[in-house]
Write a protein of this length. Structure first.
Ligand SMILES: Cc1cc2nc3c(=O)[nH]c(=O)nc-3n(C[C@H](O)[C@H](O)[C@H](O)COP(=O)(O)OP(=O)(O)OC[C@H]3O[C@@H](n4cnc5c(N)ncnc54)[C@H](O)[C@@H]3O)c2cc1C
Lengths: 815, 289
């Protein structure tokens, strides 16, 4: 398969197949006609608000709700005590006060014994309007006994550290996964250690170690999380409108959490205003809206505000990574070892496939060919919000890619070698694919050097290095940073990957109506990725039906088949494949019907876009639209062929797909103030086949902005007392257009050999790849001051401190 | 919490009416100008006034004009007007340079000069400009008007001379022929409050600094000013060495605190670096460079 051939154009001017076209969904978004959870208003609906803990760690001595209950307009006040009295089937606890997380841990719905992070849910007020509900929160009196808090992950396992999860009978803050492991390893520990020791003893080799932190950040979607629950007291049917990236997975989780029969649960995820992983998990607020509806018999809406979103919902990263890299003096990488301390917060709520509790961090080996690698990830509890799936991370690949790309730059600095040259020397070669990494992952395809050379050519790498040398001589500091990343996306093969026992294969359903218009029902849920357009284009490509004639239906579990949802860049690799497969089923059936209509053998027919025609006699043909009508009409169908032109499929990916790219960032640093200005950013992505290149570029633009944000400003730090220092947009800085240069995008196209249309998924590539490019550029700029590393975010203060040789510790309050 | 507590609202039709409303609603009433500081505080319930008295209709508090040898900025002049004012651009480019870096266009279209002064945020940019230029503010109550030097206006963070039942009506600045002025700010991101800022004016006459003013914000400078540094510089030639020494004296008088915008040592360094950069440009401008 090669690059996309030009698709014919439909009457509406859209490509019948692949190519750029405007997003179908934007018709409603640009008119302000989107329909989000907060737009759902039902007759008699009540409003909920959550009282949250001001403390990171405290005993709850008593909760007095009487003043709140007496407040006019308040209908009910729910506390953990009340939830304890509501039984539910045994699943990690037997009452509503606790719920299972996606990692088989338990999480408090409302705190009963203790609060374990600032912002934790303590009580739920239900009132006739949302202002009354909020006002009543101030009338609840909670008596807390503050406890010392564990805010520094590095001290979580100290003897004598306060124990956070005494509810589980723990005596320390270690985390044990469902398989009984307290840490997660991959690769070859002994081989890697031996290779490193050997290199240390060899005068022709170097060994470089570096502590690299990927601090806690937040996905901060434009739309915060919320839900409207209505449990019909007569039918027992629960309808839940909710901000979910994974409506089907949520339905099953609610069946487990609430003990409700799954056939009586309908999850509707209407338009979702950004997810980035933030809307994968099930939050106490969602559950409370359900409980609220059970208690009141009315629909209950809960919508969190910005601070609640930042302080209590799924964070991302928080990985302390201690890396070691060994190489020959001429730059051949020999081995990489990494020891990770993973801060999971107060409840282990990461949403990773069960067998991969550290996600896909194991592809930290990067895009390079070397024999030895090993990682060990140790998770701990701290008094911080739980989570850890989120922010466009492809299951921890963001951490992995940042780690290796930073470490390789440290090696280049040690060797005095150009970081581009070092990378080119070690990149996996095209003929080595499929390539098995030292940690056992099989990369599907790649032409790494070609992609890297294109990026270098676009940015004018050699001239930039010349300019840099001239500027340095004048005391000006510019930097050039490279990142070459490989992601593994499209989770995943069901034998390897599940979440809470649910395999990660995706169902799909295609109905072609008598007039040849079609409906495609997806299990995945768009949060802005453009599914309504991309999937229509896949069907168009396979069947020749114009994309404007294909309606993509998603986000309602009663109207779509089961599947695990949209995150980890899995939609195109899994559901995109399903869309091609189901279209091909329809095409195959259409062939039988066309043969019957044309009175020939199916073998005599050949397919060209949109029609089956008789080989050698192209005028004898039936278009897909004609066949659709025939399939619903009076034509006598051959033996074994049923009427209609519908099909279903479930796609189980044989492997992950491995998109990759090379990003180069150019910055200017003012050493007097530490300010960083991004001058240029070249991003060459290879995500295989590009279905809608405009959408791909939009995804890349967004991800690059994310990366700039994380590299330069985004951060959730905590002080020793447990206060969250990133609880509003005044403190949690997101990048604006002003921080973003004109992105310069390029592409190479190396299709995935195992995906039906060769597409690899691109939703997270830029978020994964860009932070390292920015950080490497800044460090390159200030390397004349002897700086080899500084942790993100590289705020002016951090850059200046790094230049002074006194870098700040980013995860704790600035001192 | 990001939802304000219940609050009453009244719209003033004149300054006298506003003063009367303040009187009528008592000490828990607050005037509201642009609302870009007060509303966020109300949402976080740091402030819970019982009544808001809206000044937005008061034309008598709007506009920027020259009166004799003073520039008068009405309390209700918006940041955006300050940014675009030809009068200020002519006499004190420091305003335009500062305003370009205050918040974002949405905030600048609503936020006012009076609100900025009365908010008295220790990181307020206009406080540094006002202090550098040694302006005065006019405060009115039912019993009349009084004028207070900006350098005596702030008691400390969020505390000013404006007492219950009073309204700030205007801010005045002396015109200084031949003055050069400049503003320097470091922010973590466009639209963020300053990590540190310095605003200065310098008048160079016959090769020596005949007058100057240094204002600093977010770095714990008393009254947003650095009088010892000004004293040092006045009467001296604006050489690099003298400007650098003045900047050092200015920084030495600051007591910044560490916060997520940066550690204290960095802010102190910025106080010096930004003062120096601003002094260089302002003295060059005064000398017609
Ligand atoms: C996102 C954002 C970013 C910002 N960034 C910056 C920045 O970088 N630098 C900076 O300096 N500022 C910044 N600000 C603050 C901005 O300048 C505010 O608009 C300003 O501080 C307050 O002006 P206001 O008219 O909105 O006042 P309001 O919010 O209406 O009032 C503030 C206070 O002053 C009182 N008050 C207002 N007018 C009078 C009066 N005439 N007499 C007596 N009391 C009065 C009010 O009662 C209230 O207590 C930012 C604000 C926001 C929202």
């Amino acid at each position: 398969m090669t690059a996309v051939e030009e698709a014919p154009v439909s009457a509406a001017g859209n490509p019948i197949g692949f190519g750029s076209m405007k997003r179908k969904e934007d018709q409603r978004f640009v008119r302000g006609q989107g329909n989000y959870v907060d737009d759902v208003n039902l007759p008699g609906m009540l409003h909920g608000a959550i009282l949250r803990s001001p403390h990171a760690h405290a005993k709850i001595l008593s909760i007095d709700t009487s003043r709140a209950e007496a407040h006019p307009g308040v209908v009910a006040v729910i506390t953990g005590k009340i939830l304890e009295g509501i039984p539910r089937p045994e699943l990690l606890g037997d009452n509503f006060a606790w719920m299972p997380t996606l990692s088989y841990d338990t999480q408090a719905v409302l705190a009963t014994d203790k609060v374990r992070f600032q912002g934790q849910e303590v009580a739920f007020v239900i009132a006739t309007d949302r202002y009354t509900a909020k006002d009543a929160l101030e009338l609840i009196d909670v008596d807390y006994e503050p406890l010392p808090a564990v805010m520094d992950a590095k001290k979580a396992m100290d003897s004598g550290a306060p124990v956070i999860r005494d509810d589980k009978g723990q005596t320390d803050n270690s985390i044990t996964d469902v398989m009984g492991n307290k840490f997660w390893e991959s690769g070859n520990a002994i081989g890697t250690q031996e290779a490193i020791e050997k290199a240390k003893a060899d005068p022709n080799c170097v060994v470089v170690t570096q502590d690299i932190m990927y601090p806690r950040v937040h996905p901060a979607p434009m739309e915060t999380c919320g839900s409207v629950a209505y449990l019909d007291p007569v039918s027992g049917q629960l309808t839940l409108w909710t901000t979910s990236q994974a409506p089907h997975a949520h339905r099953t989780v609610y069946a487990m959490v609430a003990g409700l029969p799954e056939h009586k649960i309908r999850i509707i995820s209407p338009d979702v205003g950004g997810g980035f992983g933030n809307k994968v998990g099930v939050y106490p607020g969602y559950v409370l809206s359900v409980v609220g509806s059970i208690v009141t018999g009315k629909p209950v809406k809960w919508m969190e505000d910005r601070s609640e979103n930042l302080m209590s919902t799924s964070f991302a990263r928080d990985y302390h990574m201690a890396g070691t890299i060994a190489a020959t003096k001429d730059g051949q990488i020999l081995a990489v070892d990494v020891d990770v301390l993973a801060d999971h917060g107060a409840f282990n709520g990461v949403a990773q496939p069960t067998k991969f509790p550290a996600g896909f961090f194991h592809i930290f080996t990067g895009s390079y060919d070397y024999p030895h690698a090993h990682c060990k990830v140790t998770p701990v509890y701290t008094n911080k919000a739980p989570g850890g799936v989120a922010y466009a991370c492809s299951f921890r690949i963001t951490e992995a890619a940042y780690f290796i790309e930073r470490l390789v730059d440290c090696l280049a600095a040690e060797l005095g070698m150009d970081p581009a040259e070092l990378r080119l020397k070690n990149l996996i070669k095209p003929e080595q694919f499929p390539y098995e990494t030292p940690t056992g992952w099989v990369y599907d395809s790649g032409q790494y050097e070609k992609t890297m050379r294109l990026a270098m050519e676009m940015v004018g790498y050699d001239e930039l290095r010349k300019e840099q040398a001239e500027k340095r001589a004048r005391g000006e500091y510019m930097g050039i940073g490279i990142s070459f990343f490989t992601e593994g996306v499209g989770a995943g093969p069901r034998k390897d990957m599940d979440i809470l026992g649910l395999g990660m294969a995706d169902g799909i359903e295609l109905r072609v109506h008598p007039t040849g218009k079609a409906q495609l029902r997806l299990s995945v849920q768009t949060q802005g990725q453009g599914h309504e357009t991309t999937y229509a284009q896949i069907v168009a490509h396979e069947l020749g039906i114009p994309p404007e004639d294909i309606e993509v239906i998603h986000g309602d579990t009663d109207n779509t088949p089961f599947g695990l949802g949209t995150y980890g860049s899995r939609s195109t690799p899994v559901s995109g494949a399903a869309a091609a497969v189901v279209s091909r089923k329809v095409r195959d059936k259409a062939r039988l019907i066309a043969a019957a209509a044309l009175e020939c053998s199916p073998d005599d027919l050949e397919w060209s876009l949109g029609k089956w025609s008789v080989k050698g006699d192209p005028d004898r043909a039936k278009t897909i639209q004609e066949i659709a009508l025939l399939s619903h009409g009076s034509l006598e169908l051959p033996e074994g062929v049923e009427g209609h032109l519908d099909a279903t499929a479930v796609y189980n990916p044989p492997n992950l797909t491995y998109p990759y790219g090379c990003y180069i960032c150019v910055v200017d640093v003012d050493p007097g103030t530490g300010q960083v200005k991004i001058r240029r950013f070249v991003a060459v992505d290879d995500c295989g086949t590009r279905i809608n290149p405009m959408i791909v570029e939009g995804q890349v633009h967004g991800g690059l902005a994310d990366g700039v944000g994380m590299a330069l400003m985004e951060l959730i730090a905590f002080d020793e007392d447990g206060n969250c220092l990133g609880g509003s947009f005044m403190d949690y800085l997101l990048p604006t257009a002003m921080e973003c240069p004109d992105w310069e995008l390029g592409e190479t196209v190396t299709p995935s050999p195992h995906h039906p249309i060769g597409a690899k998924g691109v939703g997270e590539s830029a978020t994964v790849g860009s932070p390292a490019a920015v950080v490497n550029a800044v460090i390159d700029a200030i390397s004349p001051f002897g700086v080899r590393h500084a942790d993100m975010p590289l705020t002016p203060a951090n850059v200046w401190r790094a230049i002074q040789g006194n870098p700040v510790r980013v995860d704790m309050a600035v001192e | 919490m990001q939802t304000p507590a219940p609050v009453d609202y009244a719209r003033a039709t004149s300054v006298d009416h506003a003063l009367q409303l303040l009187d009528q609603h008592g000490e828990d009433a607050r005037v509201i100008a642009g609302g870009h500081s007060l509303i966020p505080m109300m949402r976080l319930r740091i402030a819970s006034p019982t009544t808001l008295i809206d000044l937005n209709d008061l034309d008598e508090l709007k506009g920027i004009r020259v009166e004799g040898n003073e520039i008068v900025i009405g309390a209700m002049a918006r940041h955006a007007e300050v940014l675009d004012s030809p009068i200020l651009a002519e006499h004190y480019p420091v305003f335009r340079e500062a305003e370009k870096l205050i918040a974002d266009p949405v905030v600048r279209n609503r936020g006012t000069v009076g609100g900025s002064m009365c908010q008295a945020d220790p990181s307020e940019d206009l406080s540094a400009v006002g202090s550098a230029l040694r302006g005065t503010v006019v405060i009115r109550s039912k019993s009349g008007s009084r004028t207070v030097p900006i350098r005596e206006f702030h008691f400390g963070p969020y505390m000013t001379q404006v007492a219950d039942g009073e309204i700030l009506t205007e801010v005045r600045f002396p015109i200084r022929p031949g003055a050069g002025s400049a503003y320097e700010k470091v922010e973590r991101r466009v639209g963020d409050w300053p990590v540190a800022s310095a605003g200065v004016f310098v008048v160079v006459k016959d090769g020596v600094v005949s007058d100057c003013g240094i204002g600093l914000t977010a770095v714990g400078a008393e009254h947003f000013s650095a009088p010892e540094a000004e004293e040092f510089l006045i009467g001296k030639a604006p050489t690099e060495d003298n400007l650098a020494e003045a900047a050092k004296i200015a920084a030495d008088s600051c007591n910044p605190i560490s916060d997520q915008r940066g550690p204290a040592d960095y802010k102190k360094h910025l106080a010096q670096e930004l003062t120096l950069r601003a002094l260089r440009r302002a003295s060059a401008a005064s000398q017609g460079a």
